[in-house]
Design a binder for this molecule. Structure first.
Ligand code: SAM
Length: 153
């Protein structure tokens, strides 16, 4: 990932990019490093796609997202996707169990309602916290056990 980032970070006058290899739990370190590139007086998009699933403790995961969003200016957005438990998709629970037996780090599934909690205090944009497939423009696609939402501060 780091090598990939270095290859991509060639830079253009239009914008600056940076890559930080960090643990999401190190919120202060991430914010301090990001402040070298991002202007935190301006809105920022925080994209946590399939990442907080690796923070096992619920309250810790909510606190991480809240602390990151607290540092951002009004008008910033949170984009977050998360594997969910869903009664209609029991196969996914089995796949996650298998991963947790054999893989690392362990993955935590949460309910759609628990995923919606990451957006508390934000204005949740339409269509809300829904299956990622529902975010596709055009033809409706079947639900998947990965839900996503977008919230505006
Ligand atoms: C399912 S992948 C998603 C990657 C990417 N966000 C995407 O949507 O394609 C999960 C990523 O989270 C990273 N990850 C796992 N635990 C993490 C942690 N505690 N802090 C930061 N990243 C973590 C993994 O290294 C992996 O790159």
């Amino acid at each position: 990932m780091l090598v990939h980032a270095q290859a991509l970070l060639v830079g253009t006058p239009e914008g600056r990019t940076d890559y930080l290899d960090a643990d999401l739990r190190d919120v202060d370190g991430i914010l301090a490093a990001a402040a070298k590139t991002l202007d935190f007086s301006q809105p920022v998009a925080l994209m946590l796609l399939g990442v907080v699933i690796f923070i096992e403790d619920d309250e810790e995961s909510y606190a991480i997202v809240r602390r990151l969003m607290d540092a951002l200016a009004p008008g910033s957005h949170l984009v977050l996707s998360h594997t969910v438990t869903h009664p209609d998709m029991p196969d996914v629970d089995e796949a996650v169990e298998f991963w947790n037996e054999h893989g690392t780090p362990k993955l935590t599934q949460r309910t759609p309602a628990a995923v919606a909690r990451y957006f508390e205090g934000l204005e949740l944009l339409e269509p809300g916290v829904v299956s990622c497939s529902a975010w596709r423009a055009g033809t409706p696609a079947p639900d998947v056990a990965m839900y996503a939402g977008v919230g505006r501060k």
